[in-house]
Design a protein around this ligand. Structure first.
Ligand code: FAD
Ligand code: FES
Ligand code: FES
Length: 1287
């Protein structure tokens, strides 16, 4: 077996070696990856992650990374590790971004490459995900596959529910999860016959490993005689792996005063980063810390029992006296996600709380509620037993949590815990709570002794609600006087702090009270009135299902055929290459931006001395290095404002790029970037303006009227008198971060003849090429831009990547070295702008039926620090939606704020325009007490509008009326759970624009076909459509077609891929190329009518016919502007006592023309809708009011939808017989329009709240639910008030 030893030079100063070497300890760690042995020792930085090792040392690029903090799942691998107690080798999913490579001693690691690939055949999980179209951009796919692979490993047969529950840690921004869940649920032990039947027939369809489920590569190659202990020095720090308490104590004695850390799962790094550690002590191998012991009367868990082990154990306990630990199992399932729980341990979790009291630890809250005790051991072996509350203030220096003890509880006690989070899974608590009571009996509910009431997430020093603990002693808990007294006391004692970006104190305080009420309601439902009962239960989510309904025409196949994406298997096996997967070249260096931490002021001085002094740092670049060009928004590309690549003095926003550090490794570049010292002038004088309201209050120079278009006459004055009702209102909608799973990246390689190869994560190669050429003062023809694919774009990668490209190119030219840059998620969020925030201020007059007599609207758009990339035109256009807009008068203005320049984001402007008019429809209905749907119907325009008919159809197939009646019944019967429904229609005027080239080459040797086009494949499936079109037109099999990367040679001057039209446009260009080729072949065909394709091609080649054709699609081609029509219905349920919601069902009907590729289009629709759900329901951006910095830049605090946030029942139907004569091959675009429909979920939640507000306040006055409808906003709008907390 070939072994690999890293040859990288140390970048660190030497640090003292161990004072006392451990006998028999290895001075390097040994592990295998896919059966191959690797060793890591001196020479690698001590904090090197397994992910970095896998990608950069083992050169296996299938394993991705994005967040680097356990929050996204892109990096999941499989680890087989011997358990120190059972001695069995266990296989589990772990986040390779959080595993330090030095903690992998003795591990067998399997990566995506190890389970299947094109050479050895694909693993069933890979084939399954591909077949179900569970990939779009494919960046999340290896992580998805590896998570599933681990669920099945060791012969496990998970159920559908278990599978669905296990993907909370895997984000996907493209698919909306439904196909991923279906693909994997089909492998469940209890899969429905329908799903089972749709499983991949692995023998037939794919080259599958013969031994399915087994690793393709070698078996365990960890030598049996490997020393168990490790003591090594990396040069920067010492690593020691200990295997007994004695060794651990020894190590603690030896650390002296050196900053040290125990390493168990190392997942705490995903919450708070540690710094300056010089001694690492890996404790995972200490049996006493990993054992679970149950005796009559006591359960003892070793401190470093993993969360998964604890959860499984707690779930298995059935003795009455310990029944309460089942609730602990339930609660641990709410912590983090599967791979984090597999690695993370109880003591590790408690230690976070110890170091950061504000951390809402779920282990702390629940274990303290049940009165757990900790056994703390010190370096000499003395053990002290403490309560968790006492532990918080204990000096833990050179001590450790040996074990945790739980004692039995009597029959009459009750324990329940809660955790309320911003999304269904993988989110920390706003507030968590535990209630543990003992009663005299369970009829009268008289409280015996002091109950335990614990809240997390209130304030760093707050643990017990001690006032009511004493107050309730001896009281009958279900007595109404006792209850109101308790709430009064509780209200007095709860005084939450507020630290941004966390939720408001008001919410957390009221929520804590509501949770206590929930506990009371759930205690003895027989004592609770019927209408209040539902308050006692949590929202219960059924197993999700989905249905996709479309027709296809077999005579056109492969066009119109529902096929998986042509790259799907490559994506699912990690073979699909993204920019950062391109192998490194000798001498390559890595770059990291230095970002401003202030939003205003000027730069007084930038001092990179300290950064440059770090060994391995090669350079620092700033605006003065941009002698030729310093903008990535050139005027000749239509940009009004020239945004600087590096700030030249005046800071425009916090997060702006000030300079670029270049170093030997990415990690080093990032660390060095932090060391660059920046001095600001005057930044404290002007407070940053971060919201539009600040500007609107003071007006002034920050408001810019948008370019005017033809407007309707202002008939306001004359209509005002006629209107039955006049309504004035406003609606403000937030910004949204794109969250591409692939962060912005770039690789620049200097080539001969002063040219440069540039690989950029850009949707717009033409812009990138120009910017690079100008920054380097070379001809555009010397810049070779190429894009294979993007790991998600959604507009984020239209203009912004050219900033990276320009910066890296300058560094590359100056250093004459290849420069690579991959932004961390945090910097990515700070640097680049978001979806534009918008505000609508309006006045509308309506008649008795709610028909609009006149409408005056003023749009204000938060553009960020400049006016570029504005989609306001679309906002205005789509504001008309499917309504009679002859009486609409719209003005729009841009507002400059001291925040990043906002940019295109999937369905830019159109989403916002539809949202504005639909909110007005809702408000008209609310104010006039008319049915919202009736108001919409009253306002439809009659101009060739099929919406009324589509609404009727959608209502029919979704059983709308009956369900609406049931919702009303449900709401009448329940005070604390409410349901809501809404219907939103959509007209999406669609236009063609730009230049879209394609080139098609036929090879004479075998007749196969290669295509390159000017579009950018970013998950929308354009390559699949292009291949289907070419196969269809040329009449050749699909597998003879190969779609190549897009580049500036074959697709010079290509317009950006965006606005949903890319797929159609490049399909058109490809079609024209194919038609041209057929035309050239026709004379030969006429002569040899029975010739095979190959004979035809050979013959043509012999006759010197050019078998390469190019074509550039433009709007001058035979296409016309057309409309895309759609409608969606959502039904939701809301827990008024917590603010949580769940989307019970969504029915979406869309007119997709005659789809070129129905599975691809279904994917576009589901994915866009779910991205929109995130926008309206969970995603919120919060800035620091003083510095202007964006505060939530992590998966930890910015929450996009997860697998259990999607509609529990999601049905997508294509309108039947909807061939589109005006588009390309009868199709319609699908990438963006469904996002416009997603606001239906906001209105459905609002509908549910209407009933709650009526119950609470007695009237159902219109109330606007502000987006995003986070749990916080829903709770506050639901008016849950302790005075109403009755049984
Ligand atoms: C994405 C993500 C989501 C999360 N969500 C939640 C959540 O919702 N709720 C929640 O409560 N937590 C959450 N966590 C925190 C998670 O539970 C902890 O990261 C984990 O339990 C820490 O355990 P570990 O073994 O990985 O600790 P490590 O990272 O290995 O160690 C953390 C600290 O504990 C110390 N330590 C380790 N073992 C001992 C010991 N035996 N005695 C004394 N000190 C010790 C170490 O010195 C170190 O300082 C989340 C974490 C991540 C990454
Ligand atoms: S990169 Fe590891 S979880 Fe996101
Ligand atoms: S396919 Fe999942 S993130 Fe793109």
């Amino acid at each position: 077996m070939q072994c690999f030893r890293s040859s990288k030079k140390s970048n660190h100063h030497h640090h003292a070696d161990y004072a006392t070497p451990v006998n028999d300890a290895a001075n390097e760690v040994t592990f295998t990856i896919n059966g191959k042995t690797y060793k890591a020792g001196n020479g690698l930085p001590e904090d090197t992650s397994l992910n970095t090792f896998i990608r950069d040392v083992a050169s296996l690029k299938g394993t991705k990374f994005m967040c680097a903090e356990g929050g996204c799942g892109a990096c999941i691998v499989s680890a087989t590790v011997e358990h120190p107690v059972s001695k069995e080798r266990e296989t589990k999913a772990v986040n390779s971004c959080l595993v330090p490579v030095f903690s992998c001693h003795g591990w067998e690691i399997t990566t995506i490459e190890g389970i299947g690939n094109r050479m050895k055949g694909y693993h069933q999980t890979q084939a399954q995900l591909a077949k179900f179209n569970g990939t779009q951009c494919g960046y999340c796919s290896p992580g998805m596959v590896m998570n599933m692979y681990n669920l099945l490993e060791g012969g496990h047969a998970p159920t559908m529910a278990q599978i669905e529950n296990s993907f909370g840690g895997n984000l996907c921004r493209c698919t909306g999860y439904r196909p991923i869940l279906d693909a994997f649920k089909a492998l469940a032990s209890d899969a429905t016959p329908e799903l089972k039947a749709s499983c991949v027939d692995i023998e037939e369809v794919y080259k599958i490993c013969k031994k399915t489920g087994e690793r393709c590569s070698g078996k365990c190659s960890i030598p049996a005689d490997l020393p168990k202990s490790v003591a090594l020095s990396t040069g920067g720090a010492n690593w020691r792996k200990v295997n007994s308490l004695a060794e651990l104590r020894d190590a603690l004695v030896n650390v002296g005063e050196t900053p040290y850390k125990l390493v168990a799962g190392n997942t705490a790094e995903g919450v708070y980063k540690s710094e300056g550690i010089k001694e690492y002590i890996d404790v995972k191998g200490v049996p006493e810390l990993r054992s679970i012991d149950k005796k009559p009367g006591a359960i003892t868990l070793g401190g470093n029992v993993t969360l998964t082990e604890a959860m499984n154990f707690f779930a298995s306990v059935s003795e009455n006296e310990f029944k309460y630990v089942n609730q602990l199992a339930t609660h641990i399932d709410w912590i983090a996600n599967v791979p984090v729980r597999n690695a993370g341990t109880l003591a590790g979790n408690l230690s976070i709380k110890h170091a950061h009291h504000e951390f809402p630890s779920d282990i702390f809250t629940t274990f303290e509620t049940v009165g757990a005790k900790l056994n703390i051991m010190d370096a000499v072996g003395d053990v002290k037993t403490v309560t968790l509350a006492d532990y918080l203030v204990l000096d833990m220096n050179r001590k450790f949590i040996l074990s945790i003890e739980l004692s039995k509880k009597g029959e009459n006690h009750r324990f329940r815990s809660f955790k309320i989070t911003p999304r269904a899974q993988n989110a920390h608590a706003y507030v968590n709570a535990g209630f543990c009571f003992e009663f005299e009996d369970t009829k009268a509910w008289k409280v015996v002794g002091q109950p335990r009431i614990v809240f997390g997430g209130i304030a760093p020093s707050f643990t017990h609600a001690s006032n009511i603990e004493s107050y309730l002693t001896g009281k009958n808990l279900l007595d109404s006087a006792a209850i109101s007294g308790a709430f009064a006391e509780l209200g007095r004692q709860l005084n939450p702090d507020r630290v941004l970006p966390d939720a408001t104190a008001e919410y957390r305080k009221n929520l804590a009270q509501a949770l206590f009420y929930k506990f009371l309601l759930g205690l003895d439902p027989s004592k609770v009135s019927d209408s209040q009962k539902s308050g006692g239960t949590n929202l219960e989510r059924p197993l999700s299902t989905g249905k996709q309904d479309f027709d296809t025409d077999k005579s056109l196949y492969p066009l119109n055929e529902p096929i998986p994406k042509i790259e799907a298997l490559a994506q699912c096996s990690g073979e699909a290459e993204f920019v950062n997967d391109i192998p490194s070249v000798p001498g390559e260096v890595h770059a990291a931006f230095v970002l401003s931490t202030q939003a205003t002021g000027t730069i007084a001085n930038i001092d990179p001395t300290e950064a440059l002094a770090m060994p391995g740092v090669v350079g620092f670049f700033k605006h003065t290095d941009m002698v030729h060009y310093n903008t990535f928004t050139p005027p000749d590309f239509g940009y009004a404002d020239q945004e600087e690549i590096f700030c030249s003095g005046n800071v425009k926003y916090a997060g702006q790029a000030l300079g670029l550090v270049v170093a030997e490794t990415r990690e080093l570049a990032l660390k060095a970037a932090d060391k660059v010292k920046v001095e600001y002038k005057n930044s404290t004088i002007t407070k940053p303006v971060i919201s539009m309201s600040e500007v609107l209050q003071n007006a002034g120079s920050r408001i810019h009227p948008d370019d005017k278009e033809e407007e309707n006459e202002d008939e306001t004055a004359s209509h005002r008198t006629k209107a039955a009702k006049i309504i004035k209102g406003d609606f403000e909608i937030p910004k949204q971060y794109h969250l591409t799973m692939e962060n912005q990246s770039c690789l620049v390689l200097p080539k001969e003849d002063d040219s440069f190869d540039v690989f950029s994560t850009t949707q717009w190669i033409d812009l990138g090429q120009a910017v690079v050429a100008r920054c380097l003062d070379i001809k555009a023809s010397k810049v070779n831009m190429s894009v294979r694919r993007l790991g998600g774009g959604y507009g984020a990668k239209i203009t912004r990547p050219s900033q990276l490209a320009g910066a890296c190119a300058v560094a590359s030219q100056k250093l004459n070295r290849a420069v690579r840059m991959v932004m961390p998620m945090t910097a990515n969020m700070e640097l680049a702008g978001k979806r534009f925030g918008l505000r609508n201020e309006y006045e509308v007059g309506v008649d008795e039926k709610g028909k609009i007599e006149y409408l005056q609207a003023k749009f204000f758009q938060d553009s960020g620090c400049n006016l570029n990339d504005s989609p306001l035109r679309s906002t205005r256009e789509h504001f008309n939606n499917c309504y009679d807009s002859t009486k609409f008068k719209v003005e729009s203005q841009q507002i400059r704020t001291d925040t990043a320049s906002n940019t295109w984001c999937r369905a830019p402007g159109t989403t916002e325009g539809v949202a504005f008019i639909e909110e007005i429809m809702e408000r008209i209905a609310g104010e006039t007490k008319l049915d919202p749907l009736a108001v919409r119907l009253a306002n439809l325009h009659n101009n060739d509008n099929p919406i009324a008919e589509m609404i009727a159809e959608l209502k029919r197939i979704s059983d709308f009326d009956a369900r609406r009646a049931k919702v009303n019944e449900f709401n009448a019967a329940n005070r604390w759970k409410k349901r809501g429904m809404s219907l939103v229609p959509m007209q999406y005027p669609f236009d063609f624009w730009g230049n879209h080239p394609a080139i098609v080459s036929i090879y004479q040797s075998d007749g196969s076909v290669a295509i390159s086009h000017g579009g950018i494949e970013m998950g929308q499936g354009m390559n699949t459509k292009v291949a289907q079109v070419a196969a269809h037109i040329l009449g050749v099999p699909l597998d003879s077609i190969s779609v190549k990367p897009s580049n500036t040679l074959t697709s010079a001057n290509a317009i950006v891929t965006g606005g949903s039209l890319g797929s159609e446009a490049v399909s058109y260009a490809t079609m024209q190329c194919c038609k041209e080729l057929l035309k050239r072949l026709q004379p030969i065909k006429d002569k040899m009518p029975n010739a095979s394709w190959l004979e035809l091609i050979k013959n043509a080649h012999g006759k010197q016919i050019d078998l390469v054709a190019t074509y550039m699609f433009t709007p001058k081609d035979n296409v016309k502007r057309y409309n895309i029509w759609g409608a969606a219905i959502a039904e939701v349920e809301v827990d008024i006592l917590t603010g949580e919601k769940q989307i019970l069902r969504v029915d979406l009907l869309e007119d997709a023309g005659q789809s070129m590729s129905p599975m691809v289009d279904i994917g576009q629709i589901e994915g866009a809708f779910v991205m929109g759900m995130g926008y309206w329901l969970t995603e919120e951006l919060i800035h620091d009011p003083t510095t202007g910095r964006l505060l939530n830049t992590r998966t930890w605090n910015y929450k996009v939808p997860g697998a259990k946030d999607i509609p529990a029942d999601f049905r997508v139907t294509f309108r039947k017989n909807a061939k589109n004569p005006d588009g390309v091959l009868q199709s319609k675009a699908t990438g963006e329009p469904p996002l416009n429909l997603s606001i239906v979920v906001l209105f459905a939640v609002s509908d549910a709240l209407r009933s709650a507000r009526k119950d609470a306040a007695g009237d159902d006055k219109y109330h606007q639910l502000k987006p995003p409808a986070t749990a916080e906003h829903i709770f506050l709008a639901g008016l849950a008030d302790p005075k109403d907390f009755k049984l």
